[in-house]
Design a protein around this ligand. Sequence first.
Ligand SMILES: [Zn+2]
Length: 245
Amino acid sequence: MILKDEAIALRIHPFGNTSRIVVWLSRTHGKLATLAKGSQRERSGFLGQYDLFYTCELLFYAREQRNLHILKECCPVEMRPAFRTDWRACAAASYAAGALDRAMPFGPAPAALHDLLKDTLDRLAARTPGPAFLPRFELRLLQELGLSPGWDACARCRADLRGSSARLDVAHGAVRCEACAGGQGALVSAAALEAIRRMRGETLPASLPERVFREVRTIMGGLLEHHADFSPRSREVAFQVLAAG
Ligand SMILES: [Zn+2]
């Protein structure tokens, strides 16, 4: 069966001397791997048609019983050339694509995960953002994976948490009011809760006070570490390069 999809290249591996395996996050078929046969040959029709973080239109032979499909045609839709010259944006793009890659198994996935990565890469390619960009990406990733706690009300008594501090139970992914938590869990300040609530909106907060930023970064890191198989080292690098601007 030949399928068509729009997909973002997450990873590229050599396969033999002249072929490549490309791992994609596609809009309608989730995460998939394709074999680009002979793509490194001089006259290959694949030359220049795909690269890391490109969005491409794909035609591929789907092999139902296999995880590796055969790429038939590939045409770039969005090449995001900024990643060739802006190393800071490229490091952040690597982290974002890698985080999705590690958090997702091969197979179908909600289109929202593709759209989150597309939006993240487009923004990074347009303009290197400030450090608050990454915690917001992580918050949205946790939400789309269904791993984000509720930030508005206590997970136990449903008390409104606005204006007060709370406790985060990382292992259960739950935020509770101080009374219900009984001192258990990591303290989350009212300011950090408010910042997280604002980060869920369409527009990125212009800036966060350093103390709040650090707190939010720690909260997201704890949740990702516990619930998604992510790499703390590449995360550290991505945060450092964005902070360096
Ligand atoms: Zn409560």
